[in-house]
Every structure is written in C-alpha cells, then in structure tokens.
Design a protein around this ligand. Structure first.
Ligand SMILES: [Zn+2]
Length: 187
C-alpha cells in the first residue's frame, strides 16, 4: 500500500479547522507523536469530509479536526501508553485511523468557539459515549448536531467516543503504512 491514495486535508482546500493534537503535547500521552502536522484521509473519506464541511456550514458551523490518518507505528505508541481496547484499537485489529477512513473532530461556531460536548476530545471516560444519560441537554444537542452532519455526509459513529467518525465497512480495508515515505513520520 502506498501513500498515494491518501489525500492531504488543509484548511485552505477543505474549509475545515485543523488542530492536529498528536503533533503537539496536547493529547492524552502528554507528548507529540508526529514530527509534523499533516492531516491525511483516504480518497473516499476525503470526499465525505467535503460533504460534511458543506452540511456543517449550512448550520453556521465549522469542523475542527484533531486527527485523521494515523500510521500503525503511532497506533503502537498510543496502545503502549493505554492498552485499553475500549479507547485504543489493538494492533492486531488495527485502527481505522490507520486505514485512512477515520477522523476525530468537533464543531466550532461562527465566533470560533468549540461547542460544549461535555468532555474533552480523547477523554477516556464513560461520559464520552454517545447518548450518555445525565449530560446537559445542550451537550446532547451539540453531539447530535455533529452526529447528524457526519451521518448525512456518509460517516458512521462508534459508541464510546463522541468525536470519532469513520466510513462504514472500514475494517475490510487494508492498513496503510506510509512510515517510510509519508509526511507523518513519528517523533
Ligand atoms: Zn478516532
């Protein structure tokens, strides 16, 4: 598998906000994992992202992406830090992020403020689950807005993380390893 099927997402070309947390210390490991901030998606996921951006815009919202394609080596770093399959895909199954079809994101309003989703991105708690009871109604509505945008664009969600979306059927696709030539080299 080559890197050629991965398309770089930029705010200029895609109209999304990028905050690539794994290129910074602002992630659950507390350290940067990627040497450089590149946001990559497999072609069909990139096409769905364009739809999602357009649908979100109709509601006055912008998508803010935290992570997209993740090299298998980066997945290893995350698994070593947190070997919990609820939140980190184990290495045999592999992450759909490493298939180029998954992304982590939230919604930002017209003033540039991220909507209140009840937990931070990558908070490994039960409150991160979709439809978790007891969260404020505004939080439930904000999550449902993101859910609606992403499903309308062709993505599906997973139960445990409000910020994670992926293309249906991703598990059947091969893992992509572009660690030799790709832009997402690890620290
Ligand atoms: Zn994810």
């Amino acid at each position: 598998m080559t890197a050629s099927r991965l398309i770089e997402i930029t705010s200029a070309n895609h109209g999304a906000d990028l905050d690539l947390v794994y290129a910074t210390p602002h992630n659950f490991t507390g350290k940067p994992i990627y040497k450089a901030a590149h946001c990559l998606l497999l072609e069909p996921a990139e096409a769905c992202l364009r739809k999602a951006v357009a649908i979100a815009r109709q509601t006055g919202m912008t998508l803010r992406i935290f992570d997209a394609y993740r090299p298998p080596q980066a997945q290893q770093v995350l698994w070593d830090f947190l070997p919990d399959p609820t939140y980190v895909a184990d290495l045999v199954r592999g992450s759909n992020h490493s298939r180029g079809t998954a992304l982590d994101l939230t919604l930002v309003d017209a003033s540039g403020r991220a909507l209140d989703m009840g937990t931070a991105f990558d908070a490994m708690t039960i409150e991160s689950e979709h439809f978790h009871p007891g969260l404020p109604e505004a939080v439930q509505r904000n999550r449902l807005l993101l859910l609606g945008v992403m499903h309308a664009a062709g993505f599906t969600h997973i139960k445990s993380e409000w910020w994670h979306y992926e293309l249906p059927g991703s598990l059947a696709l091969p893992l992509i390893d572009n660690s030799e030539s790709g832009p997402l080299r690890l620290m």
